[in-house]
Design a protein around this ligand. Structure first.
Ligand SMILES: CCCCCCCC/C=C\CCCCCCCC(=O)SCCNC(=O)CCNC(=O)[C@H](O)C(C)(C)COP(=O)(O)OP(=O)(O)OC[C@H]1O[C@@H](n2cnc3c(N)ncnc32)[C@H](O)[C@@H]1OP(=O)(O)O
Ligand SMILES: CCCCCCCCCCCCCC(=O)OC[C@@H](O)COP(=O)(O)O
Length: 315
């Protein structure tokens, strides 16, 4: 009998604490989003982290949702359309305005190789803006191991290379050249980031030679694409990600017909020069649309191959 009331009061005490805890938890649940919102407003670092997390989550979610549909078709470049469509809305979420110049230069009847500067994973947003049909990127093999993302990339026909195993990479590139030549009827294009790694900022690394060997082996033109520096609205180093405008400039194509492997260093250098020039112009007149437009018109039909063979050693 003596134990009974004690038991009672003990459990009612426990009940009281439980109520209090529940109340606190409820407040916490209400306050947490508010606190997060406040932090998002005040801290640009937190904003950056949230936006990057969302970027990665979006990609994983899309890859997970769409891979089964892509798998239905099997491994095919046609799946690139799915991948592209799934990434197109991203720019709206982030308030990034995309301006594309010279997109008509991508309307070629035959196959070609696209080379593009590589600043960050954000390049995907620009890439889907201009990538033509039946065009696959060359990517580092590590992407294959990202679960459903790797699966989606594989299903879309993305070409994987092991960057540190040069001979194997060259083998893959040679086979790709063969495919490009063979599939002339239903043309296949390849997108390469010839810097070989991400390089933030207003400059470009020296180019790796693979893309240019590919174009020469397949005897197809090279179409350079330059994405303007993100510095205005994005920096992974400073953890800054706001909204802004990005310009994508498609440069005149560079023919490779008749060129042989020994011409590759010079070809690489001249394309690098043309792209570096465009990038510098973009950095200077970030918001001066007309300036760049006029400059571009002036050099429109000029052969970019003629300029600069100041073979700056690329190692
Ligand atoms: C279904 C719905 C799903 C929805 C959601 C899905 C989510 C989507 C997510 C994602 C989308 C995809 C996103 C893709 C983006 C990825 C981006 C990246 O991963 S960028 C990294 C990889 N890219 C490269 O690395 C460039 C290519 N690299 C090269 O071309 C290099 O040249 C490489 C690897 C072949 C060799 O690199 P070396 O570091 O050894 O340097 P070198 O100077 O280029 O070459 C050394 C010597 O080898 C010769 N060489 C190079 N390639 C050759 C070749 N093909 N044939 C003959 N010789 C060659 C060169 O001429 C050079 O020799 P001499 O110095 O001239 O004597
Ligand atoms: C299992 C969950 C994993 C979550 C991962 C999130 C997916 C993000 C995939 C984004 C692909 C971006 C492509 C890209 O930009 O790759 C970087 C390489 O080009 C260059 O590599 P690096 O600079 O040499 O490291």
């Amino acid at each position: 009998f003596q134990e009974f009331p004690g038991g009672w009061s003990g459990s009612s005490l426990r009940g009281g604490t439980m109520d209090l805890l529940l109340l606190l938890l409820l407040h916490g649940l209400l306050l947490l989003p508010l606190a997060a919102l406040l932090l998002y407003r005040c801290s640009s670092t937190f904003q950056y982290l949230c936006k990057m997390a969302f970027f990665n989550c979006w990609i994983v979610a899309m890859a997970t949702l769409l891979s089964p549909f892509a798998a239905f078709r099997g491994r095919s470049v046609e799946n690139m359309k799915l991948l592209r469509a799934s990434l197109l809305p991203l720019k709206r979420f982030y308030g990034i305005r995309m301006r594309v110049r010279g997109s008509e230069r991508l309307q070629l009847p035959g196959p070609f190789v696209i080379v593009c500067n590589h600043q960050a994973s954000l390049d995907l947003i620009g890439m889907v803006e201009v990538i033509p049909d039946r065009c696959v990127p060359i990517a580092k093999r590590e992407l294959l191991y990202l679960g459903t993302v790797g699966w989606a990339c594989w299903l879309s026909g993305i070409i994987f290379i092991e960057r540190h195993r040069r001979d194997a990479a060259i083998g893959v590139i040679s086979r790709t050249a063969g495919t490009m030549r063979r599939e002339n009827v239903s043309r296949l294009c390849v997108w390469v980031f010839p810097e070989g790694t991400r390089n933030p900022g207003r400059s470009m690394l020296p180019f790796k030679r693979g893309a240019f060997h590919l174009a020469v082996q397949a005897q197809v033109p090279i179409v350079p694409i330059v994405i303007s520096p993100y510095c205005d609205f994005f920096s992974s180093k400073e953890k800054r990600f706001t909204s802004g405008t990005c310009t994508i400039q498609v440069l005149p194509r560079v023919e490779t017909r008749g060129l042989s492997p020994k011409d590759v260093p010079k070809l690489t250098e001249s394309v690098w020069q043309a792209m570096a020039k465009a990038l510098a112009e973009m950095s200077m007149s970030d918001h001066g649309d007309q300036d760049t437009e006029q400059l571009q018109l002036g050099e429109d039909r000029g052969s970019p191959q003629g300029q600069g063979d100041t073979a700056e050693s690329s190692k």
